[in-house]
Design a protein around this ligand. Sequence first.
Ligand SMILES: [Zn+2]
Length: 104
Amino acid sequence: MKGYSCRCGFRTVSTERRCPRCRKEMTAAEWPERGRVLSSAKLTVNNGGAPERTRIVLVAIYDGPKLVCTSEDDLSVGEEAIVYREDGKWACRRERFEQDQVKS
Ligand SMILES: [Zn+2]
């Protein structure tokens, strides 16, 4: 993912170039789309219809910003998560190791 990194240590995926912390101009940066789960909470959202269960996960991208994501996986603190964009928002999931397919 792309974003901006500031000399003061602030990192963000927002498109705002000026650091909200020290007001200096930040430099473009890029980080891997994975990180470590800092917190994870189950939520029940009620949009008029049947209650929908979702999970809100705070992910610390390696060397990068912290992102609030939704997840369908029961991620717990300390686990590694893969983050991705879904409908313009951040979502994350547990890494799935797909088995190598044996070709005959
Ligand atoms: Zn700064």
